[in-house]
Design a protein around this ligand. Structure first.
Ligand SMILES: Cc1cc2nc3c(=O)[nH]c(=O)nc-3n(C[C@H](O)[C@H](O)[C@H](O)COP(=O)(O)O)c2cc1C
Length: 345
């Protein structure tokens, strides 16, 4: 979270809490009175977790309505993007006034929480509006307007209804201000491509071999797949820059150890730096003296069949000489950059 200072009416500095993915569409939450700060911080957090950019602004309304209106217009002008504006109670009518002119250029939508039913509110045209009221009767001034949706939820009962309220706001945002799905185009940022690849759920393996002097080596890899049954072939992709790469290129034999759910620490150890990987891990000798990890879900001992260069990785193909597996354990899974476990409904 960053503290961001805007210039309000008359140059008055206004501090806002800026958080979440700044590339995403923004929601400007305007609240009054420090006593509701925790409530709005909680709402902002839920929106950030859903991928939104939030700007949380306390407007201490000093009774001069026109000052608060100008504060809000000034912040909207400086924000650099059109947010959905969320305002509650007295600030709801003030935000409405702030958007009375140029609503479409300043904001992408408006959420009014518990607007004062007696206040003379004219919803700004051209932008979608959500009105959240505690009592359906309070929604009457907005009835019959096409661009206004009204829902009744006990917004006063903050702690009990926070989740319901946050879900309502998110639903409105997802319909009215949808997030653009991330897209990778050849040559653009590798991070997005990595995230796209991360949508493919995999198991986790550790590829092991021995260096020329007999030292066991190994690294965590999820780029494992079966290739052929006849002849029995499998593959794994190894980064050229991995410390283990030179040994795996040259080794006549290697093993693929498929990990079970209890081997997450082992996976971390063989992906991390600095630790003596084999000293801290139970292992034994397999075929051709290959180091294999005791208690793995599956162990494939291979003779090197081929090595294919492939960009910043090489494809290591093994001819399976021996395969063993443990039918009763659950696999360690990997999806979207996190370890997962099987879940049966
Ligand atoms: C779940 C997971 C999967 C990985 N998959 C691969 C992979 O398929 N190929 C690869 O080269 N590195 C992969 N890595 C990264 C290596 O394990 C990591 O870079 C490791 O430190 C390499 O060790 P080394 O430099 O000692 O060879 C993976 C890491 C994790 C946590």
């Amino acid at each position: 979270m960053n503290l961001r200072t805007f210039k309000g009416f008359g140059g008055l500095p206004l501090q806002a809490e800026d958080a979440g993915d700044t590339e995403s569409p923004a929601i400007l939450i305007i609240y009054e009175g420090r006593h509701t700060q925790a409530l709005w911080q909680n709402a902002a957090l839920a929106l950030q977790q859903a991928g939104r950019h939030t700007v949380l602004l306390a407007v201490d309304h000093d009774g001069r309505q026109e000052h608060s209106i100008e504060h809000i217009r000034a912040v909207l002008a400086q924000l650099g993007k059109r947010p959905v504006v969320l305002a509650s109670d007295t600030l709801a009518s003030i935000a409405t006034e702030a958007l009375a002119v140029d609503a479409v250029t300043l904001a992408a939508g408006l959420i009014l929480v518990n607007p004062n039913a007696r206040a003379d509110i004219t919803p700004p045209p051209g932008i979608p509006i959500l009105v959240v009221v505690s009592d359906e009767a309070d929604a009457e001034p907005f009835a019959g307007l096409d661009h206004v949706e009204c829902v009744a939820v006990d917004a006063n009962n903050a702690s009990e209804n926070a989740d319901v309220f946050n879900a309502l706001v998110l639903d409105f945002l997802e319909r009215r201000q949808p997030l653009a799905p991330p897209e990778y185009l050849s040559g653009s940022d590798a991070r997005t491509l990595r995230d796209a690849m991360g949508c493919f759920a995999t198991g986790v393996t550790i590829v092991t071999a021995r260096s020329e002097d007999g030292t066991p080596i190994g690294l965590t890899a999820n780029s494992f797949t079966s290739v052929s049954l006849d002849p029995p072939l499998l593959l794994v992709c190894i980064a050229n820059k991995a410390g283990s790469a030179p040994v795996l290129r040259d080794a006549g034999h290697f093993a693929v150890n498929v990990l079970q759910i209890g081997q997450q620490p082992t996976s971390n150890r063989f992906a991390g730096k600095g630790e003596d990987r084999f000293a801290a891990t139970p292992w034994e000798e397999g075929e051709s003296g290959l180091p294999v990890l005791t208690g793995s879900l599956g162990i494939f001992e291979c003779r090197q069949h081929a090595v294919h260069e492939a960009g910043d990785h090489f494809i290591l193909i093994g001819h399976v000489l021996r395969a063993r597996f443990e039918p009763r354990r659950d696999p360690l899974l990997y999806f979207r950059g996190k370890y997962r476990r099987l879940h049966f409904a």
